[in-house]
Design a protein around this ligand. Structure first.
Ligand code: ARG
Length: 658
């Protein structure tokens, strides 16, 4: 049973006739901030009293009486200005937990009407190796799939691969001009990624050189402006002088920023030019940027050679990313990349044109959208289609094929404007019936507060990141094992296995435990800490539960089959744990309300801490009576299951021993 849901239903009935819109009021029934206020608190009486023009305490007392809570609550109390404090009956906790113990869904109610979701996540550009930026979309998207499926919804997970864009132009160009045949034959993935990086860096160099005069000009202008303001005689009026000083400060800051940007660019250039071989290559390939775009155009136009190369490269690229998904334990129902939609793009434009939704501007085909300054371009002047055109085709395809209620796009927040426009264009086009959500997320930062990069300034490859996480986890597992009072218990192979699980889990959990819209700082030390809100701590708590069962010499099946007798919640720590366990359905609902898996980690952290306090305060194996021992073992069992399930929903595996 979802206790909070049930309380809200009771109050919904009680509010009938008092208000026309009960939902915002019912939202104000929340878990109590502190145990002394009970288990739950209803804080709506103050707003309702305003609507009704009556004293809030009277309204609170009235509604509380009408809600008929006797069977659920042992105490319903009006406090302060009109809070309703609710304390559940212990029997209610006991029966809720007993039901959860025999329910594969651990008490989470099935939806009356399941909905269909398409979840677009991960979606790397496959011509280059996956990097740290891809971890967020991949693990958040996967967690949302698992959570929605668990709740009973239908989910189609679709990896919208970037398999048709500029990156392939780079690899094709690189292959034609710079390939090392022996290396390619021996390890095509490594060679393709070298080619990608080489072409990328040559293009970057040319762009940098082209940009330098502008950077220099800006730096000069700003420095002159700053000097001018600094030299100005101060105004006699005090307020005016203050304004002047502020403007001078601002100009100085801007001048410093511009100077810094220039210095950085010059350093980058110097570093590139310190290698004569690179300089020679750059000179030989002076218009490489345009040449790469030409390769893309040829590929899209069906050029036989480029298409052949694309077909040859794709399996290698896919093998590379699939190996990473395998390690992360992430799977997809579909992998319909951008290339899949290529043949549909002309028709998308034609269809929108026929419906009168487009207008030509400067040779480009545009959709003008209300509320946006710039239109959405769906066909360029040279006839090329765009990222947006593909996304429109994708919406049409998904709606026709799966008839979803909602499509979720788990994509970097920097694409927010793209999705705002895309969704507006889709509605205009007639796809208003499907809910479209951009599930945005922030950036992974390094210790310096800037996007996480290697020391040399390159993006951090995802595979290397996982390897490093597992290596560090191995050290933690080893140290922990070495320190065991009865001597270490694992073979080297077991340690390695545990380290793989713990290392991958640490990476995923560190990401999932962040509010997705915030940036977060990447730190192996923090993510592998054995205490705090980390995967290692959750896995440790789970292993501890299993340890209790080993010590008690009982297995879960025998325990559950054993003589009945209800769960007891006499001790405060016992009751607090029972309440936390009963709130698992709330945690699931909360995580899905705004698609924030971190809500589940908040819950799991709270639960494991309550478990820890319970375990310290209440003897389990040595409980005073057999009934109490059984009751406490049942609490342990359910804790283990909820932690295991909670982690599974985050895509994280547990270990029996750590
Ligand atoms: N491949 C894109 C990128 O790396 C992300 C695609 C997201 N999904 C979408 N339907 N646009 O930026």
């Amino acid at each position: 049973m979802d206790i909070l849901g049930e309380l809200r239903e009771r109050f919904r009935t009680a509010l009938a006739g008092l208000t026309d819109s009960p939902n915002p009021l019912l939202e104000m029934i929340r878990p109590a901030a502190e145990p002394k206020f009970g288990d739950y608190q209803a804080n709506f009486a103050m707003s309702l009293a305003k609507q009704l023009g009556r004293p809030p305490r009277d309204v609170a007392a009235d509604v509380a009486a009408r809600a008929r809570l006797d069977d659920l609550c042992q105490q319903v109390e009006v406090a302060g200005p009109g809070f309703i404090n609710l304390r559940l009956r212990s029997e209610v906790l006991a029966t809720t937990l007993a039901a959860a113990l025999v329910d594969p869904f651990l008490g989470v109610p099935r939806p009356a009407a399941p909905r269909t979701f398409v979840i677009d996540f991960s979606a790397p550009n496959v011509a280059k190796p996956m990097h740290v930026g891809h971890i967020r979309s991949t693990v958040i998207g996967d967690a949302l799939c698992r959570l929605l499926r668990f709740r009973g919804d239908r989910v189609v997970s679709d990896n919208h691969l970037g398999d048709w864009g500029t990156q392939f132009g780079m690899v094709i160009y690189g292959y034609k001009h710079f390939r090392r045949p022996d290396e390619y034959a021996a390890n095509p993935v490594a060679e393709l990624s070298r080619l990608y990086r080489l072409v990328h860096s040559l293009i970057g160099y040319h762009e940098l050189v082209a940009e330098l005069p502008t950077l220099k000009q800006t730096a000069d202008d700003r420095s002159a402006a700053a000097r001018r303001l600094a030299d100005q005689p101060p105004a006699s009026d005090k307020a005016e002088a203050k304004k002047q000083a502020a403007a001078a400060q601002k100009a100085l800051r801007q001048a410093e920023e511009a100077a810094k940007a220039l210095t950085e660019a010059c350093e980058k250039r110097a570093s590139f030019e310190s290698r004569p071989d690179q300089v020679a290559l750059a000179a030989q390939h002076a218009s490489i940027g345009q040449a790469v775009l030409d390769e893309v155009v040829r590929l899209h136009a069906g050029d036989a050679e480029n298409l052949r190369l694309w077909r040859e490269f794709m399996p290698h690229c896919l093998r590379e990313i699939h190996a990473i998904y395998e390690r992360l334990g992430v799977t997809f129902d579909e992998e319909l990349g951008e290339s899949f939609y290529h043949g549909q793009l002309a028709d998308v434009v034609a269809d929108m044109e026929a419906r009168g939704l487009t207008r030509e501007s400067d040779g480009a085909m545009c959709v003008f959208l209300e509320g946006f300054d710039a239109p959405m371009i769906i066909r360029k002047r040279d006839g090329a289609f765009l990222y947006a055109t593909t996304d429109l085709a994708t919406i049409r395809y998904r709606v026709e094929r799966w008839k979803p209620d909602a499509i979720l796009y788990v994509v970097d927040h920097r694409q927010a404007e793209h999705f705002d426009k895309l969704f507006a264009a889709a509605r205009l086009w007639g796809y208003g019936g499907v809910a479209l959500h951009h599930i945005a997320f922030g950036t992974v930062l390094g210790k310096d507060g800037k996007p996480y990069k290697t020391r040399s300034g390159d993006t951090v490859g995802l595979e290397g990141l996982i390897d490093e996480g597992v290596r560090k986890a191995f050290a933690v597992v080893q140290e922990n094992d070495d320190r065991k009072p009865d001597g270490s218990e694992f073979t080297a192979e077991q340690r390695a296995q545990i380290a793989e699980t713990v290392g991958v889990a640490a990476l995923k959990y560190a990401d999932l435990s962040q509010n997705r819209t915030s940036d977060y700082e990447f730190s192996y030390e923090k993510m592998l800490a054995l205490d705090g809100n980390t995967a290692a701590y959750m896995q440790y708590s789970y292993a501890r539960v299993r340890g209790i069962f080993r010590k008690a010499g009982v297995d879960s099946a025998t325990l559950l089959a054993g003589a009945s007798g209800s769960i007891q919640c006499e001790q405060p720590a016992e009751r607090a744990l029972a309440l936390a366990l009963a709130r698992f359905p709330e945690a699931i609902a909360e995580s899905l309300a705004d698609f924030r898996p971190n809500q589940l980690t908040v819950y799991l952290y709270d639960l494991t801490r309550k478990f820890s306090s319970f375990f310290e305060a209440c003897p389990v194996v040595r409980a005073e009576s057999d009934e109490l021992r059984r009751s406490r073992l049942l609490l342990c069992e359910l804790t283990g299951r909820v932690v295991e399930k909670g982690l599974e929903l985050l895509g994280i595996r547990v270990v029996d021993k750590m």
